[in-house]
Write a protein that binds this ligand. Structure first.
Ligand code: SF4
Length: 370
């Protein structure tokens, strides 16, 4: 017997039938494609995710092709999505799947054992691909459940997760888990919105305890956020042109100075982050990290062969990660000769796209060179 009865399902499914979006991963039961979409959509908006999903499906139409790719190539394709550990885990998991004797995992426990796959993703793949009765609790579903049951327990604590998981299991339509999970997720994404949900036109309003008690705007409850650690970064973008005149501004491509030849004539330096820190293995411009804001504000890069009299400092960029707030300045320094800096590589400007760049570096390139 379901927690809220058959009529609840009917109302929810009728709403879904009329309102759901056409999304490519909903048009397939292929567990590989569903897994790809779920990993891409973690921390990513659907509009942005579609683009990346299409790119991955086109580049790696099968899990074997993803497994056979180089990690660098996968990271490059992921570039711009952030949270690169997702891409690394995706790639590792593809290799595990292909090295196993059996085909793509078919049970919740097998799926849950893959790197980067938690309860949510395993439940989503098991229900969407195989129609197995597992709940899939994403942020939208937590919100709908918190409101339906007027539940004040913070959903992002371990006690909260257990509580909501139990509720979701009790509410699940065991005869139609694929449809139920799709419908409740979409209902949270499109109707029961975080701010100003349209309760007046809500098809399941009669079941909503938060609506009855006037607590809709207070739910769901989260645990208090950790304070962010501030970090102070100065990047230097060295620009070397092998062609006269050297006193140029900022390149957009080599062709700006070229005569049509494909020979790269503008070079810069990149550094790969190797330390156990943010953006491990990704590339960025040479960096100096400062201990204090005052040090950061007074920093000027020293260039041995500057072409311009002084570096061009761009407006600082603030970049927020889950536990850190990064304050970054980018100095553009045209030089006569690239300096020798340990652990950097000389890279042709046009080849920057071939490197997996950190999201902050991409942001800077967009704002500095657009
Ligand atoms: S009544 Fe409002 S809060 Fe409750 S489920 Fe409907 S839209 Fe969400």
């Amino acid at each position: 017997m379901s927690l809220l009865g058959q009529k609840f399902y009917r109302l929810l499914y009728d709403w879904y039938d009329i309102n759901h979006r056409i999304l490519p991963w909903r048009e397939t039961n292929d567990p590989y494609y569903i897994w790809l979409s779920e990993v891409i959509l973690q921390q990513t908006r659907v509009a942005q995710g579609i683009d990346y999903y299409d790119r991955f499906v086109r580049t790696y139409p099968t899990v074997d092709m993803l497994a056979a790719a180089d990690e660098d190539e996968v990271l490059r394709l992921w570039q711009g999505l952030g949270y690169y550990s997702r891409a690394r885990n995706l790639h590792r998991a593809a290799r595990m799947i292909c090295s196993a004797a059996s085909p793509f995992p078919t049970t919740f426990d097998e799926l849950r054992a893959l790197p980067g796959v938690g309860d949510y993703t395993a439940g989503a793949i098991a229900s969407f691909a195989y129609d197995q009765p597992y709940p899939a609790l994403d942020g939208n579903v937590y919100r709908v459940l918190a409101r339906l049951f007027d539940c004040e327990i913070p959903f992002d604590t371990s006690a909260g997760k257990k509580h909501f998981h139990r509720l979701a299991e009790e509410l699940l339509d065991r005869e139609h888990p694929r449809l139920f999970n799709s419908a409740i997720m979409e209902f949270g994404a499109l109707h029961c919105l975080p701010v100003s949900p349209d309760c007046a036109a809500c098809p399941i309003q009669q079941y909503c305890k938060a609506y009855a008690s006037g607590t809709v705007d207070l739910l769901p409850v989260r645990k208090p956020r950790p304070t962010l650690r501030d970090r102070w970064f100065s990047y230097t973008i060295y620009i070397y042109s092998s062609q006269e005149p050297k006193a140029f501004g900022v390149p957009t491509t080599n062709r700006q100075w070229g005569d049509g030849s494909q020979e790269p004539r503008v070079y810069t330096l990149l550094h790969q982050r190797k330390e156990k820190d943010i953006w491990q293995h990704l590339y960025e411009f040479p960096l100096v990290e400062h201990a204090t804001e005052a040090e950061w504000l007074s920093f000027q890069p020293v260039a041995r062969h500057p072409v311009a009299e002084r570096p061009i400092a761009q407006r600082p960029i603030t970049h927020i990660l889950s536990h850190q707030r990064l304050h970054a300045r980018f100095f553009v320094v045209p030089v006569d000769e690239l300096p020798v800096i340990p652990d950097t590589l000389t890279v042709a400007w046009e080849a920057l796209d071939d490197y997996a760049l950190s999201r902050l570096t991409l942001k800077a390139l967009e704002s500095v060179f657009r």
